[in-house]
Design a protein around this ligand. Structure first.
Ligand code: HEC
Length: 251
């Protein structure tokens, strides 16, 4: 019995490790996000509005909800998270974009997808690796490629912060002799305005924000969860005290 339980536990622990390897076999870096970190969420929202919202919408996220969850006043949301063209919008409106999808598709080959649930479809580690994974590639129309999204249609929009980087690959031969390229590492090509650590943190903030958008209920769940555990602890103590009281005459 003990062995079965142990096997179960180790399988449960191993599964996420297996799942964190991407299809192409490039290892994903851990995002290590903290959904309860309001400062990180706020910075992430700001980065999103400045660098992503021109192309990507968040159809299910309203500015009102943003204000409530990020503990901001309506005025702060107006001043920091809405562009001038967005100010015509009401606080209750959603984070949509002005660009019609048809012209977006014409410019980029693919329309930039809505990112409301991308943290769930791709996972936070994938997002973290993706946003740090653009590299120079002359063979691509936009001059860049991505290590976890080969032939990506999105430009390297954060290059000013990160700087451009090059990627190196080495050739390995499989058992049957077929050769393939395996990613080795990145080398900086131009300097960005941020240090590598600052850039990692900026991306972590962005991913934290996208994870929150994907599951806004999670913030609430965390808070409720604490009370549920507390209730269980108190209830157990009470039940135990009662049991002692009932049985004391019999023993
Ligand atoms: C200039 C327009 C543009 C901007 C700005 C932009 N993107 Fe994109 N993004 C795209 C396009 C186009 C695609 C589709 C790429 C493809 O399918 O090849 C895309 C794809 C993505 C994807 C992959 C979605 C999926 O699951 O396939 C993610 C994640 C993403 N973008 C995140 C971001 C984030 C975060 C920012 C801000 C830092 C951002 N993008 C800024 C155009 C843009």
């Amino acid at each position: 019995m003990k062995k079965i339980v142990l096997a179960f536990i180790s399988a449960a622990l191993l599964l996420p490790m297996l799942a964190s390897a991407s299809e192409e076999g490039t290892a994903l870096d851990k995002a290590n996000i903290d959904l309860n970190n309001t400062a990180s969420l706020r910075r992430g929202a700001k980065y999103f509005v400045n660098y992503c919202s021109g192309c990507h919408s968040l159809r299910f996220e309203s500015y009102q909800r943003l204000a409530k969850d990020l503990k901001l006043t309506k005025q702060e949301v107006y001043d920091n998270l809405m562009f001038s063209w967005g100010k015509k919008k009401e606080i209750g409106s959603y984070m949509t974009i002005a660009m019609p999808p048809e012209s977006a598709a014409k410019w980029f080959g693919t329309a930039p997808p809505d990112l409301s649930v991308v943290s769930r479809s791709r996972g936070v580690d994938w997002l973290y690796t993706y946003l740090r994974g653009f590299y120079l590639d002359k063979s691509r129309p936009l001059g860049v490629n991505n290590i976890v999204f080969p032939k990506v249609g999105m430009p390297d929009v954060l290059w000013q912060l990160q700087g451009f980087q090059k990627a190196s690959f080495k050739e390995v031969a499989d058992k049957d002799g077929t050769k393939r390229e395996v990613f080795e590492g990145f080398q900086p090509a131009t300097k960005g305005s941020m240090t590598p650590d600052q850039y990692d943190q900026a991306v972590r903030d962005l991913v934290t924000f996208l994870a929150y958008v994907g599951e806004p209920g999670k913030l609430e769940l965390h808070r409720v969860g604490v009370w549920v555990i507390l209730f269980l602890v108190i209830f157990t103590a009470l039940a135990y005290a009662l049991k002692k009281e009932y049985w004391k005459d019999i023993h």
